[in-house]
Design a protein around this ligand. Structure first.
Ligand code: AQP
Length: 335
């Protein structure tokens, strides 16, 4: 569906269990802002395979992410939802942009450096795709003429790279015209970097295997409550937003995004109370949000509608994507 509203594009990798950070930093905002934009949201399975995936698990995780988008409130009659690999223009524009992007630009990407460092000496696990994935991400965004890319804080650098690539294509191949829209990142003031519960100095992440670090979207409610009640805090006695106290800051941030209340109101609510009280409130807010979504996900995963919605979404996405691909390919002499 095309409107005259600004366009957004974003996606999540089905590379492991979705976690609360993915929901609060990205998906919740997509849902909350659904009527402000003309939206395209994708399950970016081609990004997931930049690290080894077991095929049955990848298939299952892809459906789970799609079900979660819908269960969280994305409405397929207003928002295009599809799986990246179902629209071949992503890979095609990705290749073209590979040939336009200097290597040095990719070498600066901190996420690649962090992910490669995690593999240590195991260089066999670091694929060319992992290095290259920001270019595919640029193709994803640029295919839909997105004005805005709502993402968590960790993706800001990749959206900036996308801007640089779009400007370079326009300069080198536009013949004085802009053939690609230069997008802007849309990053929330609160919740753009949810930290782990066990080690709140590190980002909550799908590939993190520290016990109690991430709250999985599909985790058992009892496990979620336990993980929050065991979250690392500090020996201070007051409950206040303070980046130098990452544990309590993170719990308050989670509560703030879920409750929609101001920092002052929350600090007032917890004045004179202990960490146990804060953790109980956070656990209740998280479960009140996630449990109904989990129920809706189960129904979607068991029924026939999900695959139909994804097929329809891919058909709609393909029409827009192919138009942009043709525009770029023509400008470069490939048509
Ligand atoms: N901890 C987080 N807080 C806020 N937002 C977050 N996002 C990820 N982690 C947090 C946002 O979620 C969206 C989807 O992320 P992704 O699937 O593209 O991958 P990622 O950013 O690399 O997320 P993960 O969970 O850390 O995955 P792995 O461990 O597989 O690399 C993005 O908008 C992201 O910013």
């Amino acid at each position: 569906m095309t409107t005259n509203r600004p366009k957004t594009f974003s996606g999540v990798k089905p590379s492991g269990g979705l976690h609360l950070g993915n929901y609060l930093g990205a998906i919740k905002r997509w849902v909350d802002d659904q009527d402000r934009y003309d939206n395209v949201f994708c399950i970016v399975d081609l990004h997931a395979i930049t690290v080894p995936q077991e095929s049955a698990a990848l298939r299952q995780q892809t459906r789970e992410v799609a079900a979660f988008y819908l269960a969280a409130g994305l409405d397929p009659s207003r928002t295009t939802v599809f799986v990246q690999s179902h629209v071949s223009a992503h890979a095609e524009l990705g290749w073209i942009l590979n040939c336009v992007t200097p290597m040095g630009w990719l070498e600066r990407m901190t996420q690649f450096k962090d992910k490669a460092a995690k593999e240590g000496d195991n260089r066999e696990r670091i694929s060319a795709g992992l290095f290259d994935y920001p270019i595919l991400m640029a193709a994803d965004i640029l295919l839909y003429d997105a004005n805005f890319v709502p993402v968590g804080d960790d993706q800001k650098q990749h959206v900036e790279l996308t801007r640089d690539i779009a400007e370079r294509v326009n300069r080198l191949h536009g013949g004085g015209r802009d053939i690609l829209v230069v997008p802007q990142p849309l990053i929330a003031d609160t919740g753009a970097r949810i930290m782990g519960l066990a080690d709140p100095t590190r980002k909550m992440s799908k590939s993190e295997d520290m016990p109690g670090q991430a709250i999985g979207i599909f985790d058992d409610p009892g496990d979620i409550r336990r993980a929050i009640m065991r979250a690392t805090t500090d020996s201070d006695r007051t409950i206040a937003f303070d980046p130098n106290r990452p544990g309590v800051n993170n719990l308050l941030t989670i509560y703030q995004v879920l409750s929609g209340r101001s920092r002052d109101a929350l600090e007032g609510q917890f004045a004179g109370k202990g960490y146990g009280d804060l953790k109980k409130e956070v656990a209740t807010a998280v479960l009140d949000t996630l449990v109904p979504i989990q129920e809706r996900c189960k129904a979607l995963l068991a029924g026939p509608d999900l695959d139909e919605i994804l097929r329809d979404g891919a058909d709609r996405a393909r029409q827009v994507a192919n138009r942009t691909l043709d525009r770029v390919a023509t400008a470069m002499g490939l048509r």
